[in-house]
Design a protein around this ligand. Structure first.
Ligand SMILES: Nc1ncnc2c1ncn2[C@@H]1O[C@H](COP(=O)(O)OP(=O)(O)OP(=O)(O)O)[C@@H](O)[C@H]1O
Ligand SMILES: [Mg+2]
Length: 438
């Protein structure tokens, strides 16, 4: 993999530290304000997209986003144009985006999905009250931090209700899987286009895929325009049936038939989810799952709580016990993932999966452990290490580095083990073999 020459350079007063992710039109880096030392996320415009209209759109994004002040909207610090590069500096959200979360953890329990989406609904209503429509609500633009604090980012295609925006008239802006029919057709949009997109996101959180998921973009657009929304309970059999009409209303083809605000939509969704009617078969399944979860909890509680002791490295940890003779069954770790918010339990499960060389399965468990571990605790350090270790083994070397760096800060006693892992990742990156297991 080519070395990123921007790392270590200063742009707009911010020193670029490491890449955080990239989108269709931009790259986002972790950065630090040189004089203030304040951490930030620096979003840079990919040079190929530096045409005049895009540049205007980018600068417009910053101004609009900076004018919003809401606990679930990523605060914007600064924006500008330096050496032909456009940048926007914003608060760095420590966590992952909802797209990554869904890819790693699979579909979410309804209550958790509503908790995350509910925060974004409130952010969107605040933006709408200021006359702004986001127009690109999607999981990649929802950042999820510790304890599921959610933030809406990327007002890149926000359009002021009162104006024509900076994009050419009729040009399509947004991401196809989440775009309302009127947006696809280039007609006027208002906050109800965001209600539609948010319904697509809620559907995806619960069902595991967006409602109009198709193999080609044309088919997706066609489905948004002409196909009735699919039945949620057909894909997510555990979803409350009362949620079905709520999602269907929010996904109405005409904005006139949708909820007027995101808050109204979420209010109806919450009421539907707390509907107490219980299906008998579902009750039986839930009880079985509950019993299984209790068994796993008990088994793990008697197990070991450790970071690592691999290949003669320095040991960090604690109690004893021999490793389980059999690897954990796949259904059990996914069950644990869905039911537990105890960082130690999640971390132990990740640790044992790493031991059993089940790295891909360990990733979501370690990530969830990291999200729920209290700042400054050893558990957070172990979780960061385990996540880095699992990512390194599945070939996501560059991503693993940031977690090893974090583990290094959090776990000074395990410095040697962490440094050894970092060296191995650096070798992997130098070889350009980040797509393979080192
Ligand atoms: N403020 C932030 N703090 C932490 N990570 C961020 C922040 N903003 C963005 N990221 C990360 O960077 C990734 C890329 O963001 P970006 O907005 O450039 O692209 P995108 O939303 O995936 O695609 P698009 O170009 O269609 O908007 C995000 O998915 C997220 O993981
Ligand atoms: Mg984005």
């Amino acid at each position: 993999m080519a070395e990123d020459k921007r790392i270590g350079t200063v742009l707009g007063g911010y020193r670029i530290v490491e890449p955080l992710g990239s989108g269709a039109t931009s790259v986002v880096y972790r950065a630090e304000h040189v004089r203030l030392g304040r951490p930030a996320a620096l979003k840079l415009l990919t040079p190929a997209f530096g045409e005049a209209d895009f540049r205007d759109r980018f600068l417009r994004e910053s101004r609009l986003a900076a004018s919003l002040d809401h606990p679930s909207i990523v605060p914007v610090y600064d924006a500008g144009d330096e050496d032909g590069l456009l940048y926007i500096a914003m608060a760095c959200v420590d966590g992952s985006d909802l797209k990554t979360l869904l890819a790693e953890e699979g579909r979410l329990p309804v209550r958790r999905a509503l908790r995350i989406v509910g925060q974004i609904a409130s952010a969107l209503d605040a933006a709408h009250a200021r006359g702004l429509v986001h127009r690109d609500v999607k999981p990649a633009n929802i950042l999820v931090a510790a304890e599921d604090r959610a933030y809406l980012s990327d007002f890149g295609v926000v359009k002021e209700l009162a104006s024509n925006g900076t994009t050419r008239t009729g040009s399509f802006v947004g991401t196809t899987e989440y775009s309302a029919p009127e947006q696809i057709e280039g007609r006027a949009v208002d906050g109800r286009a965001d209600v539609y997109a948010l319904a697509c996101v809620l559907y995806e959180c619960i069902a595991g895929a967006p409602p109009f998921h198709r193999p080609s973009e044309v088919a997706v657009l066609n489905a948004h325009l002409h196909t009735p929304p699919p039945k949620l309970t057909r894909v997510a059999t555990d979803a409350p049936p009362a949620l079905e009409p709520v999602i269907a209303k929010a996904l109405s083809k005409s904005p006139l038939d949708r909820y007027a605000t995101c808050g109204e939509f979420l209010g109806a969704a919450r009421a539907a989810a707390s509907d107490r009617r219980v299906h008998r078969r579902r009750l039986a399944v839930s009880l079985t799952l509950l019993a299984l979860a209790a068994l796993i909890g008990a088994a793990i509680a008697t197990g070991v709580y450790a970071l690592v002791d691999r290949g003669g490295g320095t040991r960090t940890v604690t109690t004893t016990r021999t490793p389980p003779s059999r690897p954990v069954s796949p259904s059990l770790d996914s069950l644990l993932l869905a039911s537990s918010v105890d960082p130690r339990t999640l971390n132990d499960a990740a640790f044992w999966l790493i031991k059993a060389q089940q790295y891909a399965r360990a990733v979501p468990l370690a990530r969830k452990a990291l999200r729920y571990a209290t700042v400054g605790t050893p558990t957070r350090g172990y979780a960061a290490f385990n996540l880095g270790d699992a990512l390194r083994h599945v070939g996501r070397c560059r991503e693993s580095l940031k977690y090893f760096d974090r583990a290094l800060k959090l776990e000074p006693q395990a410095r040697d083990v962490v440094r050894k892992a970092i060296k191995s990742v650096q070798r992997c990156l130098q070889r350009g073999a980040s797509a393979q297991t080192p």
